[in-house]
Write a protein that binds this ligand. Structure first.
Ligand SMILES: NC(=O)c1ccc[n+]([C@@H]2O[C@H](COP(=O)([O-])OP(=O)(O)OC[C@H]3O[C@@H](n4cnc5c(N)ncnc54)[C@H](OP(=O)(O)O)[C@@H]3O)[C@@H](O)[C@H]2O)c1
Length: 230
């Protein structure tokens, strides 16, 4: 058993989610920003990889006051739980997730994570989930999250985490906002990086659920198919 997993990302017309400098860049506009905030407000938890945590330092909180108070009435907490996939417990102790919002912070680490770092994160109030020997075991993590009552999980990047989730069959839906911009760059992260599939018989198949013009770009909603494409 695992949560329903939805990946959300904004990418350039050439498929990049950042520049080669791997810093946060604005790809979408205000309407998409509101859509993402709404998705976040309706998720039980939001997840990022440590690469995104170190690059962007996101707080992963709900930004709109209205969504915030509606959520509080609905489920008692203003924000979804914040989860970082961080094998070696490298999440900075002064990260924005510790400074902003009251909801739970969950750091998923592996068995090799330095004990002193794990303890320091616990002292910051983080719940630690340990799965996997050298890297976080995402399937194991998903079962633990489900057991904690997390039924809906929104994943906000980045490229390496997205690859693991898609290639392990742990993603159910993908929202991609495609912005009217070209970023280029061999070293710039794309929606899904990682090792990649060897050919299209192995590739993850998608079904297009909807497409909508938004800001100066387009929002695509994909369902990830259980079967491989042929
Ligand atoms: N445009 C957008 O919507 C958007 C959204 C998010 C991020 N971004 C961009 O994406 C970039 C960051 O992406 P990234 O690929 O460098 O980092 P990432 O996917 O956020 O994090 C990857 C890291 O997670 C850790 N990890 C632990 N267990 C893992 C597992 N089983 N599978 C995969 N990863 C695991 C690994 O580090 P350890 O082994 O050390 O744990 C890995 O290097 C930044 O440039 C950021 O700005 C863009």
């Amino acid at each position: 058993m695992r949560p329903h997993v939805t990946i959300n990302a904004a990418m350039s017309a050439d498929g990049k989610i950042s520049t080669y400098r791997r810093i946060q860049v604005r790809i979408s506009g205000n309407d998409d920003f509101t859509r993402v905030d709404t998705m976040r407000a309706h998720a039980d938890a939001v997840m990022v990889g440590i690469g995104t945590m170190l690059a962007d330092d996101p707080s992963l909180t709900v930004k709109s006051g209205q969504l915030w108070s509606e959520r509080k009435k609905r489920c008692g907490s203003e924000d979804p739980a914040r989860i970082v996939v961080d094998s070696m417990a490298r999440t900075p102790l002064n990260a924005a997730i510790f400074k902003k919002g009251e909801s739970e912070r969950i750091i998923a680490v592996c068995e090799n994570a330095p004990e002193s770092r794990v303890e320091a994160l616990q002292q910051q109030g983080a719940r630690i989930i340990t799965t996997g020997e050298k890297q976080v075991d995402l399937a194991g993590l998903m079962s633990e999250l489900k057991a904690l009552g997390i039924d809906t999980l929104m994943v906000e990047g980045g490229a390496t985490l997205n690859w693991s989730l898609v290639s392990l069959g742990l993603a159910d839906e993908i929202y991609t906002y495609i912005g009217a911009i070209i970023l280029g760059g061999d070293g710039a992260p794309t929606l899904v990086d990682g090792a990649g599939f060897a050919d299209n018989t192995d590739a993850a198949g998608l079904e297009l659920v909807s497409m909508e013009r938004m800001d100066n770009g387009v929002l695509l909603r994909w369902r990830v198919l259980d079967m491989k494409i042929i």
